[in-house]
Design a protein around this ligand. Structure first.
Ligand code: TYD
Length: 131
């Protein structure tokens, strides 16, 4: 399941603030946070799916394209606002392209890093989702 999320900014004349709370804004217990930044020009990342992991992604700064493929359909979502996120819950192939130099891509994850949860081969991913 892929769901676009709109976060509520608590802005005032000083600027903006967004608070993300577990089970209110993020529908899973957050066990890990990581961020991708300083991405070099023309670099694409991702190219994997997860067997069990749930994630919420958003660009805290700058932007990138998030390509999502559930094995049947593909969509590309431009992440370029701290107010908009994407929930990925399920086995979805993801790729990130077209990073701006200032992009800080935040990822909230439902589990600690576990290489055995990754499907890094596209054919293996297709086999997994069609089995
Ligand atoms: P990698 O999976 O290649 O990143 P991408 O999302 O672009 O596919 O991760 C890069 C390196 O960081 C790799 O050696 C694994 C390591 N890593 C961790 O140690 N912990 C993490 O939570 C993540 C996401 C990656």
């Amino acid at each position: 399941m892929i769901k676009q999320l709109k976060f509520t900014p608590r802005g005032d004349d000083r600027g903006s603030l967004i608070a993300l709370e577990v089970n209110k804004d993020v529908p899973f217990d957050i066990r890990r946070i990581y961020y991708i930044y300083g991405t070099k020009p023309d670099v694409s990342r991702g190219f994997h799916a997860h067997k069990d992991l749930k994630q919420v992604l958003f660009a805290a700064s700058g932007g990138c394209d998030l390509l999502l493929d559930d094995g049947k359909t593909q969509q590309t979502i431009r992440l370029e606002s701290p107010e908009h996120g994407v929930l990925i819950d399920g086995v979805v192939w993801r790729e990130m392209h077209n990073f701006t130099p200032d992009c800080v891509l935040m990822v909230l994850a439902s589990a600690e890093y576990d290489e055995s949860d990754y499907l890094r081969d596209y054919d293996e991913f297709i086999n997994w989702v069609t089995k």
